[in-house]
Write a protein that binds this ligand. Structure first.
Ligand SMILES: [Zn+2]
Length: 161
């Protein structure tokens, strides 16, 4: 456990001067750890995932340590997704998958990283998401969320227009 005084507002534990104590992506961006960097711009970097879900699986991250993608600035958001598009175009041209899937989570490493996964039918990643979508449509525990009253309720809470 770390003294609350040493916990940053973004939840990272720190030591000494206030740099993140352990963030593998910050270490790669600082040159302290090796990384297979494939592309970069002023605010974002793209590199190979070293535990790929498919050949050519890349990650796109902001240079700044931002735990969740929705905490990025507007400029970082634009930079990250522009870089993601450029890397996806490169993946399509070089590796020729059917398409490049994208998702962002960050549960394990809370430094925003966009997954770019070259996808072909029947490969493990494709089967995983097919199974997840089957679960989404069939799970009893989720069924009530899809009834019209529940959808209207959450629509009232979320709509911005
Ligand atoms: Zn970081």
């Amino acid at each position: 456990m770390v003294d609350p005084a040493h916990r940053r507002s973004d939840g990272l534990e720190v030591e000494g001067a206030g740099s993140p104590r352990s963030c593998v992506f910050c270490d790669i961006l600082a040159g302290k750890e090796p990384g297979f960097i494939v592309h970069e711009n002023e605010l974002a970097v793209a590199l190979l995932d070293i535990n790929p879900l498919a050949r050519g699986h890349c990650l796109v991250l902001p240079r700044r340590h931002v735990p969740w993608w929705h905490d990025m600035s507007a400029e970082e958001t634009a930079a990250v997704f522009q870089l993601a598009r450029e890397v996806a175009e490169r993946i399509m041209a070089s590796l020729k998958p059917e398409f490049v899937a994208m998702y962002v989570r960050g549960r394990r490493i809370p430094h925003t990283h966009v997954f770019l996964v070259p996808t072909n039918q029947g490969e493990p990643f494709d089967r995983h998401f097919n199974a997840l979508e089957g679960f989404q449509e069939a799970a009893q525990s989720l069924a009530s969320l899809g009834n019209p009253e529940q959808l209207d309720l959450v629509w009232q809470q979320l709509k911005i227009l």
